[in-house]
Design a protein around this ligand. Sequence first.
Ligand code: BT5
Length: 279
Amino acid sequence: MSPAADESPATDRPPLDSTALSADGALLPGLRVEVVEETGSTNALVAERARAGEPEGLVVVAEHQTAGRGRLDRRWETPPRAALTFSVLLRPSVAPASWPWLPLLAGHAVGKTLRAVGHDAAVKWPNDVLIDGRKVAGLLVERVDSPAGPAAVVGIGLNVSTSRQELPVPEATSLALEAGGAPDRTALLVDLLATLGESYAAWQAGGAAAEARLAESYAAACDTVGREVRVDLPAAQTLHGRATGVDSRGRLLVEHDGTTTAVAAGDVVHVRAQERPQD
Ligand code: BT5
């Protein structure tokens, strides 16, 4: 463990151990990790590789992103070596109608991994991971069309040793701020990729039954369900209501005046943390 984030901000952060990441048996078969010192966005880099025909399983992790992307042209900002910022190239064989599960599945995998190392992490529909109501990780899944067929780039940003001063918004947190010390990023990345890989394989192989199980398991881990929410819809529409669950297609169910609306991935801008009623 390195010192608490509030005590030791930007100095002396250890690099990722790329030798350990490429060691035999370190990762699930089929995964290949490349560590880059700096890039604009790992999602952009992996999308480029996907277009050039790269097979499923490439993982690019950047020690620093200079133009990290959130959804809808928002930015994802992390200092060098303070976070895990990486993208995974997938070429799912399941029908495109099931692809909206990917950000949920990946966020759920991050939440599970963090809970396994003692954090009280929850997912926030559709693409955030929270600890104690604050955003510790964000997910950006993008579809890329390539001559080899469609691909999905699953981008994950997780704040590890980021100090309070370095976080771009007050609603954010890091693992170090929550636990008083930062875990080893290489070991954490290995754990994240293992959980993500297992969840992805079960989803691909399991058909409708797997999606029903995923919906149940996701909803149980989801901080959004049970809350009053404001959902910003396209065309500047807004939906206010109570989130009651997640359906078998990964849509958020929002109840208002006795009517339930299923909000699809991609149609909802965000259930913004700062607008959620506090406990
Ligand atoms: C996201 O978007 O949360 C998706 C973030 C995905 C980042 C990964 S890093 C690897 C890969 N490569 C990329 O270029 N991106 C992916 P969204 O829900 O739109 O949230 C963006 C908002 O989160 C911003 O407008 C800020 O308010 C906030 N934010 C920015 N940086 C943050 C950070 N480090 N921690 C917490 N919140 C942050």
